[in-house]
Design a protein around this ligand. Structure first.
Ligand code: PMP
Length: 305
């Protein structure tokens, strides 16, 4: 359940949470033409810090480009708006949700695209898949819903409408008693979970599906690849089949909301190190240390308020 905070930033103004409304006839609601981001801020010894804010806002701009929208605010302006919003809300940690959507005024599946609006909200958000999944690993089910394809809904843009695909898969998985869905490409390669990227570890090698396998190129995915290589691990961006995951030594999900969550089983086949294997544990520790500012920040990933 959402916990309201004081304000939402809308096109340059701070609007009280309850008054942050849009018209019911916005084409973004009817046709899903909108793009968004999900970003986390963490408490550090020097106060709250936002993790990879610039990369997230750059991806928002890239997603807007794919959908032919001009957010009307630069990455720098949106950075400042995000930081000011966090200061106003007084959040020590939490989740930021920038959204680019269309003003109402036209109807039909070719909406006017020169009316993009931007909003940024922030709220406290704890564990995405739940404490049990964090501790014991999550249970995934391969979904009968295929992941959006390169020729249908572009997977690398984080578009609102694209998430009916994720939601169909997630809802089906949860109703079947699993924590999340694992979605495949038409060729049967593992793409990703409903809102998180997938990694496997086998014989000491870390593997994650490539961008060409219909994934959203996650910023947490990039973070984990970087941290793993910094720690001396071999990481390959290479196609994975579901059965390769069945026989993985370790497997885990990555995402801004999910962070790093071990996978306990795929289609009821337990991953060998189901709870949290040594590589997953090491990467989780490295991730938590960097987001909380407990280690040096050589890549410049933290933005302080
Ligand atoms: N895939 C999908 C479909 C997602 O929604 C997300 C969450 N944004 C991810 C992967 C992970 O991306 P990130 O690490 O940038 O949050």
């Amino acid at each position: 359940k959402l916990t309201p905070t004081s304000d939402i930033w809308m096109d340059g103004k701070f609007v009280p949470w309850d008054q942050a409304q849009v018209h019911v006839l916005t084409p973004s609601l009817h046709y899903g033409w909108g793009v968004y981001e999900g970003i986390r801020a963490y408490p550090t010894a020097e106060g709250p810090a936002v993790f990879r804010l610039r990369e997230h806002l750059q991806r928002l701009h890239d997603s807007a480009r794919v959908y032919l929208m001009d957010p009307g605010h630069t990455v720098e302006e949106l950075t400042e708006a995000s930081l000011e919003l966090l200061r106003r809300t007084g959040l020590e940690s939490g989740y930021l949700r920038p959204l680019v959507y269309l003003e109402y005024g036209t109807m039909g599946v070719a909406p006017r695209l020169d009316s993009a609006r931007v909003a940024i909200a922030a709220w406290p958000w704890g564990s995405y898949l739940g404490e049990k999944a964090e501790q014991e690993g999550c249970r995934l089910m391969v979904s009968s819903w295929q992941r959006n394809g390169l020729h249908s809904v572009p997977p690398l843009a984080k578009a609102t409408g694209a998430y009916v695909n994720s939601a169909l898969a997630k809802v089906a998985a949860v109703r079947a008693g699993y924590d999340d869905a694992l979605m495949l490409t038409p060729a049967g390669h593992v793409a990703e979970a409903s809102a998180a990227n997938v990694f496997s570890v086998r014989n000491g090698v870390i593997v994650t599906p490539p961008v060409s396998d219909n994934i959203l190129p996650g910023i947490t995915r990039d973070t984990v690849i970087t941290l793993a290589r910094d720690l001396g691990h071999e990481v390959r961006e290479q196609s994975l089949t579901r059965s390769e995951l069945y026989v993985a030594d370790e497997a885990f999900l990555t995402g801004t909301a999910a962070e790093i969550v071990p996978i306990a089983s795929v289609d009821d086949r337990p991953v060998a190190e189901a709870g949290c294997g040594p590589v997953t544990r090491q990467l989780r520790q490295a991730f938590q240390d960097v987001v909380h500012g407990r280690t040096s920040d050589p890549h410049g990933w933290l933005t302080r308020l």
